[in-house]
Write a protein that binds this ligand. Structure first.
Ligand SMILES: [Ca+2]
Ligand SMILES: [Ca+2]
Length: 96
């Protein structure tokens, strides 16, 4: 997720664009900033029905922390949201 703010340099009368980058949330397959059942459905649609690819970076769809984005990740997210399973992995350690 990217936020854009305008930064005004009042001393010189110039205005700059300031870009602030927020680290993607692991498990947030649809990129809306949180992890919920919509992410489970989004990822399942992508993998099974050729739905819209997840936003970059790919590791947001790798909540189990292994290297691949596959149905195991759908099951992992579903278990997390519906059955109290393990929370998504710390994706900051997986720069894929
Ligand atoms: Ca989401
Ligand atoms: Ca995975």
């Amino acid at each position: 997720m990217v936020f854009k703010n305008n930064y005004a340099d009042y001393n010189y009368g110039n205005t700059y664009d300031l870009w602030i980058y927020e680290w993607p949330v692991c498990g947030d397959a649809d990129g809306d900033g949180d992890v919920d059942l919509a992410d489970v459905i989004y990822l399942a649609n992508y993998l099974l029905k050729g739905g819209t690819p997840p936003p970059i970076p790919k590791f947001r769809c790798n909540p189990d922390g292994n290297d691949s984005v596959n149905l195991g990740n759908v099951i992992y997210l579903a278990n997390y949201k519906l059955k109290g399973g393990s929370a998504p992995h710390d994706c900051e350690n997986y720069g894929h």
